[in-house]
Design a protein around this ligand. Structure first.
Ligand SMILES: [Zn+2]
Length: 288
């Protein structure tokens, strides 16, 4: 372990690192990971774009669950892993951060210029007029449309969806776009069955191609959406390091893998190569 950590520290300490993070980085913030060690407990499959746009009942179920789950996501604070990444970035060692997470916690931890591959849960897009509005605004409108809607929150998933009995869902009222008046609203995140916008993918490839090293944090690299960047780096001879709990589908491309809790490893890494931790800036929002 010590030898592997030394190699990791040398790789990251040399700078030019592009970070690719996934759900495993946010589990220590209380946001469960579909595919990590706790992912086996997943109770329902994630919403697909096709079901969301094509089935009013599926959409009502999504918003009812998400309406409850959003409060927990909005309360989530960055953890030691996010803070360590921000320290590495402020020390000038990180050339870019690509995240598959939609929780905004990298930015909340003080990182800048984060490419949010799958979008952000705190923004809502109208599928007709394309206007973006804040999730807070939608939350207010959903509460007005559903006075007294209260159900037990049992389980939160990374996309803000929670388990909820069918009978609780049946009476939930969704709302349409407040700007064009009729458009269907969708959280501005990439659902399963949907593709990441091409310019965003191109930005990520450009970051990876300029990198001296790629550091994967808390992603099992199960979906091609993230794995393709690791494959590109490996093809270009750019070393890939993976810190994740459990094996990943990118291990075959990696120069080294570290299977340990992320908060501890990344804090030790930042202590080694980024200098002493600085106190958080007063007034920095702790949540998205
Ligand atoms: Zn609209």
């Amino acid at each position: 372990m010590r030898q592997t950590f030394d190699v990791l520290a040398r790789l990251v300490g040399a700078g030019g690192v592009v970070v690719l993070s996934g759900a495993g980085l946010s589990t220590e913030s209380g946001i469960p990971d579909y595919r990590g060690p706790s992912g086996a407990a997943r109770r329902h499959t994630p919403m697909t774009y096709q079901a969301f746009t094509g089935d009013a009942d599926a959409r009502r179920r999504y918003w009812a669950r998400s309406h409850l789950g959003w409060r927990l996501i909005a309360r989530a604070a960055p953890n030691a892993g996010h803070r360590a990444v921000a320290r590495l970035q402020h020390a000038g060692l990180v050339g870019g951060i690509i995240t598959q997470n939609v929780d905004g916690l990298h930015t909340a931890a003080g990182s800048t210029g984060v490419v949010e591959l799958h979008g952000r849960l705190d923004e809502v897009v109208c599928l007709d007029c394309g206007n973006l509005t804040s999730r807070e605004e939608l939350d207010r409108r959903l509460r007005e449309a559903n006075p007294g809607f209260a159900a037990q929150v049992a389980q939160v998933n990374p996309d803000g969806d929670v388990d909820l009995p069918d009978e609780a869902v049946a009476g939930f009222r969704t709302v349409d776009c407040g700007i064009c008046g009729t458009g269907m609203l969708k959280p501005d995140v990439v659902f399963f069955g949907e593709t990441v916008p091409a310019p965003r993918v191109a930005d990520c490839f450009a970051l990876v191609e300029r990198a001296r090293a790629v550091l994967v944090l808390g992603s099992s690299l199960t979906v091609m959406s993230g794995r393709r960047f690791v494959i590109r780096a490996a093809k270009l001879g750019i070393p890939v390091a993976i810190v994740n709990q459990g094996p990943t589908r990118g291990d075959g491309y990696a120069a080294l893998t570290v299977d340990r809790p992320l908060g501890k490893v990344l804090t030790a890494l930042a202590d080694r190569v980024a200098g002493p931790a600085v106190p958080a800036v007063a007034g920095t929002p702790a949540a998205v």
